[in-house]
Write a protein that binds this ligand. Structure first.
Ligand code: C2E
Ligand code: CA
Ligand code: CA
Length: 424
């Protein structure tokens, strides 16, 4: 069994495995495993117990994996297991049943019996027809389906159902965009010292069939076509419009800022600079109030070109650049060396463990010092409790974002929320 990071898996391992499977007329399967009750266990029994059970769950999955399977922890609590060269779909169903059985078994911790079953979403396909991203998107779809159902696993074939559902989803998303049905949510970012709100991160929501489709699901779909450019432009214009509207709120103090998530496909597009410049002019917002957030995946395909595009955007327009989910991937430091970043967003997987893990505290403290020495500010994301905020304060972290301060707010909720904040 091999361990590897998700980015490496997507860009290198999965393409190789699809090719090998195609040559032998076999299947490749990807299984995502999440634990919906982990949050509750963390909250009621503490992070140490949650972490311990998670470790044991990982051991259970590792024990079932064969030598050439690949197991990755994609975020602190989501596992990804890849099975190359599977002979038949029925074998996969057997693996899923075994995994479900093992993960549904109770854990004995300090003579207490605790249950933490997994939800398993699986996608499979054969290499000639499908791309790694198709397979991963199918697996996301399977996970989203199983998360809503009472069963613990769900299996979807990438070849037939993914291409159909991909087309369906893309055309539904396109018409949602054309009918202006997407919604903008803004999550406050606050000064850790005072709690004062200084700005927001723009997060896009898609209301679809009586529920919200998570951006974690529809953004990867959109990224495979020009739809992502249209969504980014929609989010950009609406965030700036909202920012401008907030300028006229009563008792206005310092101007607020907004952070926009931008994917690699957009930053690599030569027209993006004009799109941003035009939007700033139309809404009459000064450029330093707009931050462009990029994750490591935006730099994966071509680091030099993406880094040049970022630096150009900053020099030409004066917008700020933020490196999102910093610390999660392999090449954060390499990107930092090439991109003239203004901000590092410290990934929530580190922040979530600040109270329980000495090691995470050391890493976060070192990242804040690194940022300070480069004159870069930091945003700690995913702060859910006052203890975590206090640790970050003691480390001189600058900004914070997370459910402790506010969940992402709908456009109508932003102003009332701001009014509940005492002036500082
Ligand atoms: P992200 O950029 O890392 O955004 C932060 C995510 O963490 C958001 O999820 C937010 O709701 C969630 N979050 C905030 N505070 C907390 C907390 O205290 N605890 C926990 N557990 N989670 C917290 P969301 O809105 O579902 O967005 C998921 C991802 O989708 C974002 O991750 C971002 O990468 C992407 N995304 C969202 N909107 C857009 C968009 O307009 N364009 C692009 N390209 N990507 C977007
Ligand atoms: Ca972000
Ligand atoms: Ca983030």
């Amino acid at each position: 069994m091999r361990n590897s990071a998700f980015t490496e898996l997507r860009s290198r391992i999965l393409p190789q495995q699809l090719e090998a499977a195609a040559a032998e007329d076999k299947l490749v399967a990807v299984i995502f495993i999440t634990f919906p009750t982990l949050k509750e266990i963390n909250a009621t029994r503490g992070y140490a117990v949650g972490d311990l059970i998670l470790e044991r769950a990982l051991s259970k999955v590792a024990a079932l994996a064969r030598n050439d399977d690949c197991l990755v922890v994609t975020s602190g609590s989501k596992f990804c297991l890849i099975l190359p060269l599977v002979a038949h779909e029925a074998i996969l169903e057997m693996v899923l049943c075994r995994l479900d059985d093992d993960l549904s078994a109770p854990y004995e911790i300090d003579s207490e019996t605790i249950f933490m079953p997994g939800k398993l979403g699986a996608g499979f396909g054969s290499g000639v027809d499908i791309q790694p991203d198709d397979l991963l998107a199918t697996t996301e779809l399977a996970l989203a389906t199983v998360t809503k159902s009472t069963s613990n696993w769900h299996l979807i074939e990438a070849k037939s159902s993914a291409s159909n559902s991909l087309n369906d989803l893309q055309s539904e998303l396109r018409s949602a965009l054309e009918q202006n049905k997407l919604q903008l949510y803004l999550q406050p970012q606050v000064l850790l010292d005072t709690g004062a709100c200084v700005g927001f991160e723009a997060l896009t929501r898609w209301p679809h069939q009586n529920r919200f489709v998570s951006p974690d699901i529809f953004i990867p779909y959109a990224e495979r076509s020009e739809l992502i450019g249209l969504i980014t432009r929609w989010t950009l214009h609406n965030s700036l419009r909202q920012l401008k509207a907030l300028d006229s709120r009563p008792g206005t103090t310092a101007p607020l800022s907004v952070s926009l998530n931008v994917s690699g496909r957009c930053i690599a597009d030569s027209s993006f600079l004009n799109t941003v410049g035009n939007a700033l002019a139309i809404w009459d917002v000064s450029p330093e109030r707009l931050t462009i957030e990029l994750t490591e995946t935006a730099f994966l395909a071509d680091l030099q070109t993406a880094a040049r595009a970022c630096n150009h955007l900053k020099q030409e327009l004066g917008v700020k650049i933020s490196l999102d989910d910093f610390g999660m991937g392999f090449s954060g430091l390499e990107i930092l060396q090439k991109v003239d970043a203004d901000e590092l967003k410290l990934d929530k997987s580190f922040i979530a463990k600040l109270c329980s893990e000495e090691r995470s505290r050391k890493i976060v403290s070192a990242l804040i010092k690194l940022a300070d020495s480069l004159n870069i500010s930091t945003v700690a994301e995913g702060i859910e409790d006052p203890e975590t905020r206090d640790i970050l304060r003691s480390m001189s972290g600058h900004l914070g974002q997370g459910y402790l301060f506010a969940k992402p707010l709908s456009e109508n909720d932003v102003l009332p929320w701001l009014q509940t904040q005492s002036p500082s």
